[in-house]
Design a protein around this ligand. Structure first.
Ligand code: PEP
Ligand code: MG
Length: 755
């Protein structure tokens, strides 16, 4: 069928005029539907807007009963309009009434129209509404008409996103675009922050959608694509892909897209409808994004990111913006929203202005999460399409206690959260006031409270908390945040800085705990069925002694003239400890022979993380200078629950008799051999768990710096004698007969202990 379409260019010109007219939002919409209907020779043109209650409201119509405007409301899946919205795809029908999804609304008077063309109003892949034209005659709209209507929908998308239509809405029925959004992701780092959105990779802002001259735009697009392809080729040839943080296979995927004739054709078609080159790129990107967002295929969703990046590159090319805006333009209270991010990129942000982090990807063990925790900023991951929903400068709340994210929150939510932030700040001030009080229970038993650390950004916490030392320095952190293996000089510098910051307080360095889930991107790894039980930690260290040797050498040199404590991760058998200790002894000999000043004292110990050690305690304790219990791994292996798998990680309680009996056996054996023992797993960072540990005999705990205050506050108020009397029979009671957690909580409440 021949198109009856008027020139799309003329339509766009007229639309531009209407957009600039100083009329009310309703008048503007009314004029737009009249214009479209006339241009497309359609009897009906209607605009439906998606509301916050997930329904579609008729906002303007030419041709349907005008009384239905703001009266007709469809559920998001109702009828053909609902189908267009939920699928985010155009629907072109010559006989609408025979379509199974057709639903009839008498108030609109639409039963006399047979043909139907609906297009989604999209922005960054999100549906904001639906634009529809209808004709009496049975007619199939040609490709050109579908294109023209999609182009017009882009202009409407900008109008809806600007918030102009909110004035027309009833309270509670506002347009979903630019309205408050609540989503729940996974907790990566604790804390709460209110602030403003900063997109890590800012969207390119298009100011001019409508072309003055199509031929000029066609040439601009062509030139930009050629330049983009040449750039990609050059990057691939230069081989410096690692330096720019991109991996070769990603670039290969980009080039596949860039060479794809379908992608280029679609953009050229969009230009032919009268859009500027950059608007054409955005439209194709938005359509593809909408399609891919609905895909359940993880491979396709992954490719969406590649396509986004490519589209951004192309738009920057067209707008002459080579780089993201400078970091100096960062607002106060910046909450960075990113698809994914490396740890170094987060450290690039101005620490004084950075308040929080939201990622579409990234789990709690990802390196960037580790850095977020070290920086003490809340972070939430798995926030689906956050980058598409949040606009730069929007108000936003990130709640790292529950995983909630509020984009453009209501005043009530903002007030409630401001109150929570103030409360938390008051609590922190109370903890600071305890800083210089010696840490002992109310009945006088001293407890050694140390902190866990791993990066230089952790070091100020030693002074801030008033801790008695660093009970666990995770040396692998330095290896995990970098792009390459840290050189010996860099390791040496870090270890010196740690010992300097600690002064006379003891520091326990743990040798590299990599492998398993802690993979280093630059180190070749082998695929393993069960990485947690695989080639990791000390196993890797003993098989690749070069790495362990150079680390031990750096540690010993850093400690020259001072004391140092070194321990090994994941020791499973005493022979392993002997071998590892041998590495330290050989390095000491080597340094002595080469005239280096040696440490004043070296204590050598081990983590207790593997249950097999529980059955060789006597042999082990004869060999070690100290023990440190890694309850995270010990718990995972005792109950056989993957600590990183949310489905099972919470299945068993750390405060259960089997775990506490095992922990008590360790501390009791250590006492018999008169060897110091501490506990440095997550468990020690929770006040109730810390209470249990002290009650079963632990006198030294190493915890995350943020937990130091709450745990110390509890200890100062604790009557240890009473706690011991409570705990002893609970551990003897038949397993499962009583909830130790409930009993402890009731005790804490009765004693008025702060939890
Ligand atoms: C542990 O396993 O408890 C521990 C402290 O080590 P990591 O959490 O680094 O494995
Ligand atoms: Mg461990």
């Amino acid at each position: 069928m021949r198109s009856t379409l008027g020139s799309p260019r003329v339509l766009l010109r007229r639309l531009r005029e209407v957009m600039a007219e100083p009329v009310s939002a309703q008048e503007r919409l009314d004029k737009i539907v009249v214009l479209i209907a006339a241009n497309m020779v359609a009897e009906v043109c209607s605009v439906y807007v998606l509301r916050i209650d997930n329904t579609l409201e008729l906002y303007a119509t030419e041709g349907l009963n005008r009384d239905a405007v703001h009266q007709t409301v469809l559920t998001a899946h109702e009828g053909l309009v609902g189908l267009v919205a939920s699928e985010a795809a155009s629907l072109n029908l010559s006989d609408a009434q025979s379509h199974p999804a057709f639903s009839y609304r008498p108030e609109t008077g639409e039963e006399i129209y047979h043909s139907f063309l609906g297009v989604p109003i999209l922005r960054a892949g999100n549906t904001l509404g639906v634009l529809v034209v209808q004709n009496r005659a049975h007619r199939t709209y040609v490709e050109e008409e579908v294109e023209a209507l999609q182009t017009t929908a882009m202009v409407l998308a900008e109008m809806i996103a600007s918030g102009e239509l909110s004035a027309l809405a009833r309270p509670g029925a506002e347009p979903a675009a630019h309205h408050t959004q609540h989503m729940v992701g996974s907790v990566l780092s604790d804390g709460i922050a209110l602030g403003h959105v900063v997109l890590h990779e800012p969207r390119v802002v298009i100011n001019n959608y409508i072309a003055d001259d199509i031929e000029t735009e066609r040439k601009r697009l062509e030139a930009a694509i050629i330049k983009l392809r040449a750039d990609l080729d050059r990057m691939l040839e230069r081989g410096d892909v690692a330096e720019s943080g991109e991996h070769r296979d990603v670039l290969e995927a980009y080039r596949l897209f860039a060479d794809d004739p379908g992608w280029q054709r679609k953009m050229h078609e969009a230009v032919a409808t009268g859009l500027t080159a950059e608007a054409a790129v955005e439209r194709v990107q938005s359509n593809t994004r909408a399609r891919m967002l609905r895909s359940t295929d993880p491979y396709l969703r992954e490719r969406l990111h590649d396509l986004d990046d490519l589209g951004h590159r192309l738009m920057r090319q067209l707008l002459g913006q080579d780089h993201a805006p400078s970091r100096e333009q960062l607002p106060e209270n910046a909450i960075v929203v990113a698809r994914s991010m490396g740890p170094a990129a987060l450290l690039d942000y101005d620490r004084k202005r950075l308040r929080g982090l939201i990622l579409e990807e990234g789990g709690p063990t990802s390196h960037v999460s580790i850095v977020a925790r070290a920086l003490g900023i809340p972070a939430v991951g798995e926030a689906t399409n956050a980058v598409g929903i949040a606009d730069p400068g929007d108000a936003i709340i990130v709640d790292g206690t529950s995983g909630s994210i509020y984009i453009r929150p209501t005043t009530e939510v903002q007030n409630a959260y401001s109150e929570r932030v103030r409360f938390r700040a008051r609590r922190r001030a109370q903890y600071r006031a305890l800083r210089d009080r010696p840490c002992a229970t109310k009945d006088g038993e001293p407890i050694d409270l140390m902190i866990n650390a791993g990066l230089t950004i952790d070091l100020p916490h030693i002074e801030d908390t008033g801790c008695t030392g660093v009970g666990l320095f995770r040396t692998e952190m330095q290896f995990m945040v970098g792009h390459t293996l840290p050189r010996t000089a860099e390791q040496l510098a870090l270890y010196r800085a740690v010992l300097d910051a600690a002064g006379r307080r003891p520091v326990t360095f743990r040798t590299l705990d990599i492998g398993g889930d802690k993979a280093l991107p630059y180190l070749e790894t082998i695929a393993e069925e069960n990485p947690a039980l695989g080639w990791r930690a000390i196993r890797l260290g003993l098989d690749r002694p070069g790495l362990l040797r150079s680390q031990v050498r750096a540690l010993l040199r850093a400690a020259s003239g001072r004391s140092v404590r070194i321990m090994f991760p994941m020791i499973s058998a005493v022979e392993e400890f002997d071998q590892a200790k041998g590495v330290i002894e050989r390095e000491l000999t080597h340094l002595r022979q080469h005239g280096y000043a040696l440490p004043e004292r070296v204590d050598i110990g081990t983590m207790v993380e593997v249950p097999a050690l529980l059955y060789q305690m006597d042999e082990l304790l004869q060999r070690v200078d100290f023990l440190s219990v890694g309850s995270n791994d010990l718990f995972q292996f005792l109950y056989a629950v993957d600590r990183g798998n949310a489905k099972v990680a919470d299945r068993f309680d750390t405060l259960s008799a089997p775990v506490l009996r095992a922990l008590r056996a360790i501390v009791t054996a250590a006492k018999v051999h008169n060897k110091p023992v501490s506990l440095c797993g997550e468990m020690a960072s929770h006040p109730l768990e810390a209470l249990a540990l002290i009650a079963i005999g632990y006198r030294a705990l190493s915890l995350s710096p943020t937990s130091h205050g709450p745990v110390k506050a509890l200890i100062l108020d604790l009557d240890l004698g009473k706690a011991e009397t409570l705990m002893a029979p609970l551990l003897e009671a038949p397993s499962g007969s009583v909830s130790i957690r409930d009993k402890l909580r009731a005790f804490a409440e009765a004693e008025g202990l702060p939890l």
